[in-house]
Write a protein that binds this ligand. Structure first.
Ligand code: GLC
Length: 559
């Protein structure tokens, strides 16, 4: 099959248990709170009835948006609204991107099980880029699902589930049972004609970092697969139910925590080396939140599942409150922190975490627009990391961790700070970079993470898909279109690099791989979502009204 000419395959029906989308969306807090499950009687308007101005002008309500998507077996290109289809011109690089994505596929005993991180023959150092990374496979998986090819995704989910069952050790220390691998590699023996798998749970990774995000992405992907195919048999299988429970028991266990956020070590997610991203980083909190909500929609309320459902509900309640209130920063909130008193004791404290106003970095005063806001990088005692991180903020929108007002504010800020955050290549992994003395202390003098490079303010094309999804969800697809135009103007000439360097993201990254699979897949996913916005249902969750924050501090202009 050739790239963009591939027809969108109609989903295979038959042996699968199909569910309607509204049924799946009903698996939310109300169900979990053991109220009798109510099927939404009121059918939503079909997407065709919706005016596209709703998509481009204002916040699109997710319940209607999600319900219109993926009625199993029924979606076809014909369901795509004409207005969108007409505005969509297939770009010549789409075919090349599909070809490159297929080239990166990894097979185990003849079955496709994932995609390698990079197919860069020119690079002398392979390191572990020839492995299937769980986080890297997510955009590949979404591309395949959106193209009606769910098998590779199912195989991947099952293969990684098997790997989860391995005994995992770092030296003499045994890791938690639920840990999912960061990556795995298939070894082909051409003589014996056998395939074997080696997996890395952090015990081989540079710096021995823990892949906390892998389990979360696995759950999110299981829901995306289920939503896209309507096949409930996979998520309902005892193996998948157990896999979910094992992941959940790792992150829902009780301990010494005083916060509902998840405490992590350095390098536990996309930023997989020392970058000051430890403690309670936004990316992990947003993924944690999203995967809890996804798990809630898939866990069976049987004897073993019920307890987890209850724990999830309680945690979601506390987590959404904490994040929406303490991680949220806008002009008003910044001004409040600037005027904070310190050393407050007892329940009446306003400055609960004893943040020192002097620790507010200079740049944030200029960066913060009057209209707009974002979730800061980290919050813990006397420590607020004011950096803006793109993945955490986009996932907050997709998971509805951000309230509708906050989602709009995040997009407003992005538009306002386009030069800084997008510049000449979407999208900055974080803003701003750290340099000088701070770089020495925070990164431990990491030569790969020098200023405006790699994880330190580098620009990552893969982030285009999360940006596009967030744009569509907030009804602002034109922002995504702008970002896609920029990428299309050069990424293929540059051979699909892993990341770009520089304040504007103008230069191909110093040590960036070429033909980085998630740069390729991220672009395809962004294109397919814009072409058919109903795809967003796979990776987006509607707002849960029961999680409204008690204190309403949302977008700055509401204050
Ligand atoms: C880099 C990235 C990491 C990614 C890996 C493979 O280490 O920081 O997020 O998973 O490369 O592409």
């Amino acid at each position: 099959m050739e790239g963009h000419k591939e027809p969108l395959r109609v989903r295979v029906e038959g042996s699968h248990t199909n569910c309607s989308l509204s049924e799946m969306d009903d698996f939310h807090l109300t169900r979990a709170l053991e109220k009798p499950r109510q099927l939404k009687i009121e059918r939503k308007r079909s997407f065709d009835e919706r005016s596209m101005s709703e998509l481009s002008n204002g916040y699109v309500r997710q319940d209607s948006f999600l319900d219109m998507a993926h009625s199993p077996g029924s979606r076809s290109i014909l369901d795509t609204p004409l207005s969108v289809r007409n505005s969509f011109e297939p770009h010549p690089i789409i075919a090349e991107a599909w070809e490159a994505l297929r080239r990166s596929m990894v097979f185990f005993r003849g079955q496709p099980v994932g995609t390698i991180a990079a197919y860069d023959h020119a690079s002398e150092e392979v390191l572990n880029y020839d492995q299937v990374f769980v986080r890297d496979f997510v955009p590949s998986a979404l591309a395949f699902l959106m193209n009606g090819e769910p098998d590779i995704v199912k195989n991947f989910l099952l293969k990684t589930l098997q790997l989860q069952g391995w005994e995992k050790r770092v030296d003499r220390f045994k890791l938690g049972e639920g840990v999912m691998p960061a990556s795995f590699k298939v070894l082909h023996d051409p003589v014996r004609k056998t395939d074997t798998i080696v997996a890395d749970f952090g015990e081989s990774a540079i710096g021995r970092v823990a892949p906390v995000d892998s389990g979360f992405w696995w759950i999110i992907l299981l829901r995306a697969y289920t939503k896209s195919t309507g096949d409930l048999t996979l998520s309902e299988s005892p193996e998948c139910q157990k896999g979910m429970r094992l992941i959940l028991s790792l992150c829902l266990s009780e301990g010494f925590d005083t916060f509902p956020t998840l405490l992590c070590a350095d390098g536990c997610s996309m930023v997989d080396r020392r970058m000051g991203v430890y403690g309670y980083p936004i990316e992990i909190q947003a993924l944690f939140f999203m995967s809890l909500r996804c798990a809630l929609s898939m866990l069976k309320p049987d004897e073993e599942g019920r307890e987890f459902i209850e724990r999830i509900v309680k945690r979601l309640h506390a987590l959404s409150f904490h994040m929406r209130n303490y991680f949220w920063l806008d002009f008003q909130q910044l001004n409040d922190i600037y005027r904070y008193k310190t050393e407050e004791y007892s329940h009446t404290a306003v400055n609960k975490f004893n943040v020192m106003p002097d620790s507010i970095p200079e740049w944030v005063f200029d960066f913060m627009p009057l209209r707009g806001g974002y979730f800061v990088g980290n919050v813990s005692p006397a420590r607020m990391d004011f950096r803006w991180f793109s993945l955490g903020n986009c996932v907050s929108i997709l998971s509805s961790l951000a309230t509708p007002d906050q989602s709009m504010a995040i997009m407003d800020l992005l538009e306002h700070r386009w030069e800084e955050l997008v510049g000449e290549m979407p999208l900055k992994i974080c803003y701003p970079c750290i340099e000088g003395h701070e770089w020495r202390i925070v990164t431990g003098c990491d030569p790969k993470n020098t200023r405006w490079s790699y994880h330190n303010g580098g620009s990552w094309p893969v982030l285009l898909w999360t940006l596009t999804a967030a744009c569509i969800k907030t009804g602002r697809p034109q922002i995504a279109r702008r970002a896609i135009d920029i990428i299309e103007s050069r990424i293929h000439r540059d051979c699909w690099p892993e990341y770009y360097d520089g304040k504007q993201g103008r230069y191909v990254g110093k040590q960036a791989r070429k033909y980085q699979t998630w740069s390729i897949a991220g672009y395809l996913v962004a294109k397919m979502m814009l072409e058919d916005p109903s795809h967003i249902g796979m990776i987006s969750l509607e707002e849960d009204k029961q999680m409204k924050p008690v204190i309403k501090r949302s977008a700055s202009w509401t204050c």
